[in-house]
Design a protein around this ligand. Structure first.
Ligand SMILES: [Zn+2]
Ligand SMILES: [Zn+2]
Length: 254
């Protein structure tokens, strides 16, 4: 399992600052937000903190890797990947320190305000990138053992936040995809071929009627192997379009 260095000070420090749990204070810097009408989501972050997040402005549409120009034909990191089944990939933030720590607070400490913040930023990024947000959201499933351990699926909660604010996508109560093998180990390598083998035949579809258009949702995209494997399985079951929406993107070496 990938070792995680947790910065406890950063996790708990926001709670020591009343500005972060009283309403109308910026989660990041604690500054009061009253009268700050510039940012669209001013009840969570001040304008300055929001614009300074590591937003991905242009990216490769094939693998969501940030690039200088938006490209649909693959970037230097992905154009040689064989067996790529995803039609489009969008990721809204680079996986940098702040985002990593927020995700840890959300996933391992169940901080509700962070869930709202991340869900809102997720939707904002997706809208700003001009994604055609129609079809069905499908959160990437966790294994049963991990779900028991964590009590919730972070991808499901993020998908709920998107659906709450968007009338053009739906999120069915039951996920049409299950992770059928418990023991697929967490890959620590960024090598897509190794990761592809690790998740091969791990997922199965248990719905007979599927929509034409599916957006897979997850918190972090690394190599894309898991998303790509689910796309393969969904397409085998007749889904015409499978794209992915991820909150954060780990950068790959070109
Ligand atoms: Zn701030
Ligand atoms: Zn690419």
């Amino acid at each position: 399992m990938q070792s995680r260095k947790i910065n406890w000070r950063t996790i708990f420090e926001p709670w020591l600052n009343p500005g972060n749990w009283l309403p109308c204070q910026c989660w990041q810097c604690g500054q009061g937000l009253q009268g700050d009408s510039e940012g669209p989501f001013t009840n969570l972050l001040c304008y300055s903190c929001e614009v300074n997040l590591p937003w991905i402005r242009t990216h490769c549409l094939r693998c969501a890797q940030p690039t200088l120009n938006t490209s649909q034909f693959g970037c230097s990191a992905c154009k040689n990947y064989p067996r790529w089944h995803l039609d489009e990939c969008h990721s809204v933030l680079r996986y940098e320190e702040t985002i990593r720590e927020w995700l840890i607070g959300f996933k391992f400490f169940q901080q509700t305000k962070l869930r709202k913040l991340l869900g809102t930023l997720f939707l904002e990024g997706v809208v700003n990138q001009g994604v055609e947000l129609t079809g069905q959201l499908v959160p990437v499933p966790l294994s049963k053992s991990r779900l028991r351990q964590r009590q919730f699926n972070q991808a499901q909660l993020l998908a709920l936040e998107i659906q709450r604010h968007s009338s053009t996508v739906n999120l069915p109560k039951t996920n049409p995809i299950t992770r059928k093998i418990q023991g697929s180990s967490q890959a620590t390598t960024l090598d897509i071929e190794l990761r592809r083998k690790n998740v091969q035949n791990v997922f199965e579809v248990h719905f007979t009627k599927l929509p034409d258009r599916v957006w897979l949702v997850d918190d972090v995209m690394t190599s894309g192997a898991t998303l790509n494997e689910i796309a393969r399985v969904l397409k085998q079951s007749g889904v015409a379009f499978v794209g992915s929406l991820t909150l954060a993107r780990r950068l790959l070496d070109p």
